[in-house]
Design a protein around this ligand. Structure first.
Ligand code: TIU
Length: 225
């Protein structure tokens, strides 16, 4: 017999999911955004603001792994020859270092460099998917949708950084592709706390126009019910 779906209290109303049809998607928890000397700091941001979510992300990841759910990690990165980096992205503004420049963690936002690595606390395990993406959204120019479709995934649980940039973009892309999405409120962070709050509010407004939000605790609890 089919097991009953998991349910948790979420905003704006209960979120129901079946674990075999749900993936945990962790957006861009890489050194370039959360450690000094990477892309995030080059844009003028205080990267320490993002580090506080790591233990929560670890707790959700650990519970999800124990329950046997599918895990997807993403990393924002460009090819070393910058062939997938539009000049508009590289040349915008007056950052301290531009994408592709040499920095303390290797070339900024380039695949294979130290800054491209996911933080050790959330390091991917064998069997988990790691998607390198050249844009903000996890679906743009990546095999993610095909991969999820191939596994019968209909629901996505999001964590990661930054809330209003890559997380929100990915969640909107997912919503338009038909996935029911939940964002873990204390598993996502922004360099601008007010932008995080606004993003949570706009995602769940209008009857979950983009998706649901909930803290990590009820999500973890739901895995054991
Ligand atoms: N700058 C910023 O807030 N974010 C990004 O550039 N990328 C991601 O959000 N991953």
């Amino acid at each position: 017999m089919k097991p009953p779906p998991h349910t948790l209290d979420a905003q704006p109303f209960a979120y129901r999911y079946e674990l075999p049809h749900t993936a945990l998607v962790i957006i861009d928890m890489q050194r370039d955004f959360v450690e000094p000397g990477g892309f995030g700091e080059s844009l003028g941001n205080d990267v320490t603001k993002l580090q506080s979510i790591i233990p929560t992300c670890q707790a959700v990841l650990s519970a999800w792994r124990q329950a046997g759910g599918l895990v997807v990690h993403t990393r924002e990165a460009h090819a070393p020859d910058l062939s997938d980096c539009p000049p508009a992205k590289r040349l915008r503004g007056e950052p301290r270092l531009r994408i592709g420049d040499d920095g303390p963690m290797g070339r900024i936002l380039i695949a294979g460099e130290p800054g491209h690595q996911i933080v050790p606390q959330l390091a991917p395990r064998v069997g988990e998917f790691v998607i390198d993406k050249p844009g903000k959204g996890a679906f743009y120019a990546t095999p993610l949708h095909a991969l999820l479709q191939g596994r019968g995934i209909t629901h996505l649980v999001f964590m990661g950084v930054t809330t209003e940039v890559c997380v929100q973009t990915s969640m909107r892309e997912a919503n338009d592709r038909g996935y029911d999405c939940l964002l873990v409120e204390d598993g996502t962070a922004s360099y601008f706390p007010e932008f995080k709050q606004a993003t949570l509010d706009m995602i769940r407004a209008q009857g979950a126009i983009v998706g649901w939000t909930s803290p990590a605790a009820p999500l973890i609890e739901s895995l054991y019910k």
